[in-house]
Design a protein around this ligand. Structure first.
Ligand SMILES: C[S@@+](CC[C@H](N)C(=O)[O-])C[C@H]1O[C@@H](n2cnc3c(N)ncnc32)[C@H](O)[C@@H]1O
Length: 343
């Protein structure tokens, strides 16, 4: 954060190069206030609830008051959650002791209103009282996540406590609609350019063809973009709410690829946008076996991507372009689009 944004991008390029990812460019021009989806963890500070983040690699809480990367509506709504939760003496959840109530708060905005999701540890929770006080949120939902770790999504459907259940907005020229636990890219404006690259051919024109697969399709932006240029687009996504919005049954990519291994259809293009850990060995092997002439991968986890590209290149693919997008300035994160061709 001490660096100017161009200097941050130069540093990101060096970080990628050290992992063996030689990108042609690190594209970005976002300023502060760009983050439209943000998470807070609840922790105890001198016996009282605070919202913030875990200090990297620890379970020690750090406040995010004054954080300038969040959209101002998200920052204000998060401050209100903290203030009202403290006033109601709602206890933060302590994983080590399995005690307390509020675990995480997930805030999403469409640029005009905010959807707040309160993630609690147990069914016995007082967050319904809290929801009534959250006047800056257009909608408040609650979800129970009793497991260990930092996952936000529990086994049950979220419940709307007050106001709207969903928000919607545009990513590039695609309309997206997300509910309490649906995935929304943190910086929809900057990511739109990365999506255009992801679904485009090597010269930047929209790729065209008969069959395309969209793996880890999430909110469906890439599915919608691909549908403009391909006769048939098959999406795979495991999270039920996102799968329902895509009009498909939830399916894990591993199972989707195993089921298609028997079929004679080879897609013209496969697009994959896995979570941070990457595709992994099994999915890379299944992709090599699927044998699409074009394979485009977008990743927010450069270490996993570097490993995956090694596997895909060993499997017979050639890297034809590699471009980074600085979608989250002031943080070490970067989104990378890799385009591979068979042979
Ligand atoms: C990085 S997000 C990308 C979502 C989408 N492409 C987008 O840009 O909005 C990864 C998505 O993969 C889904 N996911 C995670 N693991 C999965 C798996 N094994 N099989 C299918 N989908 C998975 C998540 O629910 C999430 O929607």
């Amino acid at each position: 954060m001490e660096l100017t944004e161009p200097a941050q991008r130069a540093q990101k390029r060096d970080m990628l190069e050290a992992l063996g990812l030689e990108v042609s460019d690190v594209i970005g021009d976002a300023d502060f206030g760009y983050r439209w989806s943000s998470k807070r963890v609840a922790f105890a500070d001198k016996g009282r609830l605070r919202l913030g983040s875990w200090v990297r690699g620890t379970h020690q809480g750090a406040t995010m008051a004054g954080c300038r990367v969040d959209h101002p509506l998200i920052a204000a709504a998060a401050d209100q959650v903290e203030h009202e939760a403290r006033a109601l003496r709602i206890a933060p959840y302590d994983e080590a002791k399995s005690k307390g109530d509020l675990r995480y708060v997930w805030l999403k905005t469409d640029g005009e209103s905010v959807l707040v999701t309160l993630i609690v540890a147990h069914e016995e929770t007082r967050v319904a009282e809290l929801a009534e006080q959250l006047t800056l949120a257009a909608g408040v939902a609650a979800s129970v996540q009793s497991g260990a770790g930092n996952a936000m999504r529990g086994a049950r459907e979220p419940v709307t406590l007050r106001g709207v259940a969903r928000i919607s907005g545009n990513v590039g020229d695609v309309h997206v609609d997300v509910g309490p636990l649906g995935f929304l890219q943190p910086n929809p404006q900057a990511i739109a350019e990365a999506y255009r690259d992801l679904v485009g051919d090597i010269d930047g024109a929209p790729a065209r063809g008969g069959v395309a697969w969209d793996l880890y399709a999430g909110a469906g932006v890439t599915t919608a973009l691909l549908r403009k240029a391909f006769t048939e687009v098959v999406a795979a996504e495991s999270y039920p709410e996102s799968a329902a919005a895509l009009g498909i049954e939830p399916v894990r990519v591993e199972d989707f690829l195993a089921a298609r291994a028997e079929s004679a259809v080879t897609p013209d293009l496969i697009v994959a946008n896995p979570p941070r850990k990457g595709l992994g060995e099994k999915v890379c092997a299944a992709l090599v076996a699927a044998g699409a002439p074009h394979l485009h991968v977008m990743s927010c986890g450069p270490e996993g991507l570097a490993r995956d590209l090694g596997r895909l290149i060993d499997g017979g693919y050639t890297l034809s372009s590699l471009t980074a997008y600085d979608t989250l300035p002031q943080t070490p994160h970067v989104e990378v689009v890799a385009k591979l061709v068979r042979g």
